[in-house]
Design a protein around this ligand. Sequence first.
Ligand code: PMP
Length: 407
Amino acid sequence: MVFDVMKARQDFPILAREMAPGVPLVYLDSAASAQKPRVVMDAMVSMMTHSYANVHRGIHRLGDEATDIYEGARSRAARFIGAQAAEEIVFVRGATEGINLVAQAWGRTHVGPGDEILVSEIEHHANLVPWRMLVQEKGATVRMAPVRDDGSLDMMVLAGMMNARTKMLAITAMSNVLGVINPVREIVALAHARGIPVLVDACQAAVHGQTDVQALGCDFLVFSAHKLYGPTGIGVLWGRKEILDSMPPWQGGGHMIDRVTPETITYAGVPARFEAGTMPIVESAGLVAALDYLDGFGMDAIAAHDRMLHDAARERLARIPGLRLMGGAPGSSNIVSFTLDGAQAYDVASIADKCGVALRAGHHCAQPLMRRLGVDATVRASFGLYNTLEEVEQLGRAIEKAREMLS
Ligand code: PMP
C-alpha cells in the first residue's frame, strides 16, 4: 500500500494549528509523545458518552459494556504484538510502570546478593533506574554493556558480560536518542543460550515497525500507548504466561485479590493480580482505536516512511557546518540527535521553536549515553507518520537560523 502522508495529516486536528500568524506547526517530537488522530479522540469520547462505568464490578449493563471494551482492548493489544493469549497482556500506566512492575514483582523473588542485571549504555532511565533501585535493595549490581561510537552494541562484548550471576537482560529495541535499532532476536538467543531471561523495552520500536513477541522470543516486553498515537495513561506489559503466573503481586488493592479475610489474602490469577485499583478504562478504548489506525496503514508502510524521513534529515543536517550528528549505526531510523558547535542544545531548540519547529533538547532521560557521547545534552528531532520531507527542510532552515544567531 502506498502511504499517503498528506491524507494522513488530515487525521490529526492539531496539525492545523499555527504557532504564530503564518507559522505552521512542525511537530518533530513524536518520540516524546505522538499527536493523536481524531479516531482516538472519538473512541474515548464515544465510550464516555455511551458506555462508561467501572469495569469488572457492575452487575449492570454499562459495567458490562465497559468491561467488554476494556477486555477487548487486551485482546487487541495481544494481537498487535503477536502474543499467544490476552492473559499475557497486563495493562499499566506506561512502559515505565511495566518495567517497575517486573523489577519489583519478578526481581524481588529472583535477584539476590551478588547477582547482576545486564542493561546497555543506551537505555532510557525507565529501563535503568528501576533495576538500580532493585539492586540497591538486594546487594546486587547493574552492569551496562557499552555501545560503539555509532550507537550500536558490540555483541561479542555483550555476550562476554553474560554469566551465571546474570539474572536478567533488560534492553531497548530502539534508542530514544539515536534511533539505533538493536538486533533483539539475536540478543535474546545469546541470553537464552545462557538461561538468562530478557525484557525488551519496545517503547520506541513498537511505533516504528511490526512487533512480534513470538519471533523476538523474549520473556517480557513493554510499550506505551501515547507514543503509538494513543492516549497517555495506558501501556502494556507483555509477559510469558508461565512467568507471569509465577510472579507475586506488585501493588495491592481492589480487583487483584481472590479472597480477603481479616487474617488471610489470596490473590487473583493473571493478569488481574497485577491490575490493582481502577484501571485506565477510557484510555483502553483509545488504545484500540490507535492500534486499528496504525494497522490500517500497516506497520511496514509506517516504518518505510519513518526511515525515509530519518535518512533525509541526516543528509540535510550533515550539510550544516559545525553540526555534529550523533549515532548513525546502519539501520537507524526515526530519530536524529545532534549538537551545534558553540551553541547550547536548549538555545538551538528555542530558536527552532520560534520558527514553529518543535524539537527536544536535553539528556532525553539517557544520561549514561550522554556521557558516552561526551556531551551534556543534544537536540533531537523525531518523526511521526504525519511528517513530510518539506518539514525536514524546515528543520534544516531552522537549525541554520539558530547557527547564524548563536555563533
Ligand atoms: N523507554 C524508551 C526507549 C522511551 O523512549 C521512553 C519514553 N521516552 C520510555 C521507556 C518511558 O516511557 P513512558 O514515559 O511512556 O513510561
